[in-house]
Every structure is written in structure tokens, then in C-alpha cells.
Design a protein around this ligand. Structure first.
Ligand code: SAM
Length: 285
């Protein structure tokens, strides 16, 4: 919400962050959600949807590196990736840095987000939408996986919070659809909220994922503008080994990928799966 010269995030009623607005670059009510992109002295360009901060130029690398390199390097031989959401293109950019990836389908519900982020946040996608391996589909992610006949090695759900169109991407039938689209050794990871503030999202996702995946857990990373603590990522596969690789395996795969990162390291990969006791207790209930 814009109030005078400040943007007030409205994700939580009783707590929130605000940004000075140095310049509004774009604002509209799209077919699906309210979209604003503005300049802020601290975080550079900022994009918000329906009152919730989605991404900033300053800290986007943390989230985009952890939600891509962790599952792809854990898988070890990913060739086909499905991205659900991800309209700013940051996830697509990081996935395509893996030369062994042959095909990426990206399913985004709101074409305006893609177009406006290409225009005002060009460094997020950095040309990824023009990569010959990219197949952009504009539709609802839950519909897509419900009807998809293709199979993928890694599925990344880079959704908004479960508000408005994003709600569909936190449902059992979305997770069932993802399970149907994954190869036997496939891995699903999803944006799953800030566990200190949205612990119910963690426990609900665990309950909804477990009927379709024999191995389910979470990993985490601290992203400054996802306020309130660590951002939690849901993890689901049929092989517990894939989240329990030793450091030598992950380091060797990372070196072979020959990717320079600013946040992700093999040590952080392993450490990100260590969850706080209060989260473990909530999951055990
Ligand atoms: N990194 C951000 C976060 O953690 O909140 C998410 C960024 S990305 C902008 C979220 C994208 O999900 C948006 O582009 C939004 O349009 C898209 N989205 C929301 N609901 C969707 C749905 N049902 N199907 C496909 N895309 C959806």
C-alpha cells in the first residue's frame, strides 16, 4: 500500500516493513493482482504484488540461488525443469546457468508481471526469456500440472503467498499434480513462507505433500525482505538420499557446474536443511 512517499507491506496485520518510494516505475491492477515496481534507496528496484514484497534488486540472489541450485545439484542429472510462477525471471535465470539443463517450462499466470519485470527489472531475467531452452506458458500453475503429460526432473514453485492466485499453489491437488509431472527421481521445491511468522504454512504443506511423496522436508535461507526470519522452502521427492548427500558430492557437482554464486555454497546447501527445534516440534505434532 502506498502511503505518502512510503510503501507499506500489508502481509501481516500487526507487523510490517515499509520502504521509501523514490520513484514509482509502474503500477497497475492486472487481470490477477495489484502490481507495483518502485525505486528504493536501500534495495534498488522493488516489486510487490497485492501488498506483499516479491523481490528486490539488492537481495534477490539469495532466494533465487537457493531455490534453484539446491535441488538441481542434489538431483545431479537434471535436464528438464518446470517453474511455476517466477514471473520476474530470477529463478529462470539461475536454472539456465546449468549448461546440462536442456529444457525449462515456466508457467506464470500473469503476463503483465513478466512484461513489466523484463522492462523494469531486466537484471532479474537477464535475457533468460530469450534462451532457446525456455518455454513460457501463461496459465494457472495448478491447471497446468493437473493436465500436464510431460515429465520433469525438478519442479520449482516460485509463487506468491497463499493469497489470491497464489492460493492454488498451496493445495493438495497442486501437489498431486506436481507428483504426476515428476520423473521417479524428481525433486519438488516450493516457496513456503517465513517459518517464524507463517509456521502454519509449514505444517499445512507437510500434511498436504506427504500423501504424494515418500520423502518430505524443508530447508531455509534468510532473505532480508522476506521479513521475520528464515524463508522456508518445501522439499519433496521419493528418495531421502537426495537431501542427504555428503559435502564431497555436492562440492564436486557444484565445481563441475562451474557457476559463480553470491550466496549458495555447498556448505550452505547442507546446512540449510538443519531446522530449528520449534519447527521440528511443530512438524512432529
Ligand atoms: N520470490 C517471491 C516470493 O517468494 O514471494 C515470488 C516471486 S514471483 C513474482 C511469484 C509469481 O507467482 C508471480 O509472478 C505471480 O503472478 C505468480 N503466481 C501466483 N499465483 C499463480 C498461479 N496460480 N499460477 C502461476 N503463477 C502464479
Amino acid at each position: 500500500m502506498v502511503k505518502g512517499e512510503r510503501y507499506l507491506e500489508t502481509l501481516y496485520n500487526s507487523y510490517g516493513q515499509s520502504f521509501s518510494i523514490d520513484k514509482v516505475l509502474f503500477e497497475s491492477q492486472t487481470e490477477h493482482q495489484h502490481l507495483i515496481i518502485f525505486d528504493n534507496a536501500q534495495f534498488g528496484r522493488v516489486m510487490a504484488l497485492d501488498g506483499v514484497i516479491q523481490t528486490t534488486e539488492k537481495d534477490e540472489f539469495i532466494y533465487h540461488e537457493m531455490l534453484t541450485h539446491t535441488p538441481i545439484l542434489a538431483h545431479g542429472n537434471a535436464k528438464r525443469v518446470l517453474i511455476i510462477g517466477g514471473g520476474d525471471g530470477g529463478i529462470l535465470r539461475e536454472v539456465l546457468r546449468h549448461q546440462r539443463i536442456e529444457h525449462v517450462t515456466m508457467v506464470e499466470i500473469d503476463a503483465s508481471v513478466v512484461e513489466m519485470c523484463k522492462t523494469y527489472l531486466p537484471n532479474h531475467s537477464a535475457g533468460a526469456f530469450d534462451d532457446p531452452r525456455t518455454n513460457l506458458v501463461i496459465c494457472d500453475g495448478r491447471e497446468f500440472v493437473r493436465n500436464c503429460q510431460d515429465k520433469f526432473d525438478v519442479i520449482i514453485s516460485d509463487s506468491t503467498d497463499p493469497i489470491g492466485p497464489g492460493e492454488a499453489l498451496f493445495t493438495s491437488d497442486f501437489y498431486q499434480g506436481c507428483a504426476n509431472c515428476l520423473n521417479d527421481d524428481g525433486i519438488l521445491v516450493t516457496q513456503n513462507g517465513v517459518c517464524f511468522m507463517q509456521l502454519d504454512e509449514v505444517t499445512t504443506t507437510a500434511k498436504r505433500l506427504s500423501p504424494y511423496f515418500s520423502d518430505q522436508s524443508f530447508y531455509k535461507a534468510a532473505v532480508p525482505t522476506y521479513i521475520g526470519g528464515d524463508m522456508t522452502f518445501a522439499w519433496a521427492s521419493h528418495n531421502p538420499q537426495q537431501r542427504q548427500h555428503n559435502i564431497d558430492t555436492i562440492r564436486a557437482r557444484f565445481e563441475q557446474a562451474n557457476i559463480r554464486t553470491r550466496w549458495y555454497t555447498p556448505q550452505l546447501h547442507l546446512g540449510s536443511f538443519a531446522l530449528p527445534q520449534y519447527v521440528l516440534d511443530a512438524l512432529a505434532e
